[in-house]
Design a binder for this molecule. Sequence first.
Ligand SMILES: [Zn+2]
Length: 133
Amino acid sequence: MTYELSKHAHDLATALGVALYSDLDDESYAQANVLSGQWRVDTVPVTDVRTYYIALHELGHVANPPAGTVSEFPDELRAWLWAVESALVMPDNETRVFMACKLAGYRSLRSEFHWRGQPEVNDLYDALVASLR
Ligand SMILES: [Zn+2]
């Protein structure tokens, strides 16, 4: 199963035209960046559903590039939604808890003032929750 998930992440990267490197030791450094006009995603090896979703989340940033220079709460919602919609398997319980923690972190850390008053953010959030049912 792990092999299929890893291969799928790389297939999605190929379809998006992004270089995917899955050799990080520390998942907190997983990120999508534009370097010299070319998207690059760095993540940890895909060893289970959760690490598969980490890779897909970063690819989701490529599929839905942020409007600003810094990724904000709506961008994170879009990236997770894209991951759920693109994945071969639904997130397991460990992955759902992980996603919920990440989303709570984005909100409390820096994005609250930006996403409040943006109705589409509520729609995105509702779509993400609905996609997990
Ligand atoms: Zn993100």
